[in-house]
Design a binder for this molecule. Structure first.
Ligand SMILES: Cc1cc2nc3c(=O)[nH]c(=O)nc-3n(C[C@H](O)[C@H](O)[C@H](O)COP(=O)(O)O)c2cc1C
Length: 367
């Protein structure tokens, strides 16, 4: 089904950017799990616009639990989240109905739905649809944390400026520290240069892309299935559903292809408790699609925001004539910084689903 994913934990995202509201339906959550709405609100705030270098469209994005939560705990029934759209400015999109924005989904949607799709504000393809994904993922993050499974992410690059990478064995305190920052990086010095890069792109009426590194710690070895249902496959399916994600690599990813086996292999050893671990983690905690017990590590590549204020070439759809498009409206010069919690949400939902599928998740509710 479109806009849905998951096997035991099934998540559907619905709505359009300028419609009445957006939301998510989550089926299969373990019953009896506490939902900390304050922590959820803090998590969702990390995705919001309104800060330096982000869109001026700012909405409270308070998730309303239509069903699935009783007295602050999951009740086992489908959990329906609704988020109101309160800050639409549809007139900004009047000129886009017939002149597709280069690199946005306007043209593809026009062809697929015969011009009927409500593409104001990007319609169902808007980055706004990542708010319900964050609401669903924020709940999954809380559940995982109670089982000592932690998910964290940071901006690993903006343009050609790079943050420090995660250490091989990060602790959850590092994830919390980054999550508390207005600009989610490990090295604040790199963060300053990244923000300058974003502002320079904005001043040039342009946009800039970036990458996000994400890790999941505390996962047992042996999760996932071979070939087409591996942890990599399942994560990639969800990550590529996030607008503007154009690349995903696990471990050292493409860089592995430039190494010799002697450099790329992760040698085994036993730790002080007798567990089998690897000395390096270039494969990102997954081999054969199955977790190794080392932290899971992946990066996603986020393209520059398609909507830029410079005049761009396009084609007017009714006449099929070449024309020049000038985009109005409120757009981020860089999407990547707002996408950091979205990547964490996607990872949390996927990992929780795989744990439930593999019967590795003790159900019954914890506080
Ligand atoms: C958090 C977030 C915010 C976004 N904001 C914008 C925006 O302001 N303007 C824009 O043109 N695209 C924005 N996008 C990206 C588009 O939604 C996306 O590029 C488009 O749907 C085409 O999909 P694709 O890039 O995955 O192929 C945003 C994406 C995310 C995740």
């Amino acid at each position: 089904m479109a806009s849905s994913f998951g096997e035991r934990l099934r998540v559907s995202v619905y709505g359009e950017s300028h419609g009445n509201g957006i939301g998510a339906l989550i089926d299969g959550l373990p019953a009896g799990e506490a939902v900390d709405t304050d922590a959820l609100a803090r998590f969702m705030q990390r995705r919001q616009g309104g800060r330096a270098g982000t869109t001026a469209r700012r909405e409270p994005d308070i998730p309303e639990f239509v069903s699935g939560v009783t007295d602050g705990r999951t009740n086992g029934f489908p959990l329906c989240i609704r988020i109101a759209n309160t800050n639409t400015r549809s007139s900004d999109y009047n000129n886009l109905a017939d002149t597709p924005r280069p690199s946005h989904a306007d043209y593809a949607a026009h062809v697929k739905w015969l011009g009927q799709a409500d593409m104001r504000g990007g319609g169902h393809f808007s980055g706004r649809l990542t708010a319900p994904l964050c609401a669903a993922g924020g709940i999954a993050l809380q559940i995982l944390a109670r089982h000592n499974i932690f998910v964290g992410a940071h901006l690993s690059s903006i343009g050609t400026i790079h943050d420090d990478p995660f250490p091989m064995l990060p602790d959850s305190a590092l994830f919390s520290e980054i999550a508390a920052k207005a600009f989610p990086v490990i090295s604040d010095e790199a963060g300053v240069r990244m923000q300058e890069e974003i502002l320079a792109a904005r001043e040039a009426l342009d946009s800039v892309g970036g990458t996000i590194e994400c890790m999941v710690t505390g996962l047992p070895a042996g999760l996932g299935d071979p070939m087409f249902d591996g942890m990599e496959n399942r994560l990639a399916r969800v990550l590529f559903g996030i607008p503007a994600v154009k690349g995903v690599e696990f471990g050292d990813g493409f860089a592995l292809s430039e190494m010799r086996g002697s450099q790329a292999n992760d040698p085994y050893r036993t730790d002080e408790k007798g567990n089998i671990v690897t000395e390096t983690n270039r494969n990102g905690g997954i081999l054969g699609g199955i977790t190794t017990g080392m932290p899971l590590r992946f990066r996603v590549g986020i393209k520059p925001t398609p909507s830029i204020a410079q005049p761009q070439k396009t084609v007017s759809l009714p006449e099929g004539e070449e024309t020049v498009l000038e985009i109005k409206g409120r757009h981020d010069p860089c999407i990547a910084q707002r996408a950091v919690p979205v990547i964490e949400a996607a990872a949390a939902l996927t990992v929780l689903d795989v744990l439930l599928c593999d019967g590795r998740f003790p159900e019954g509710g914890t506080s």
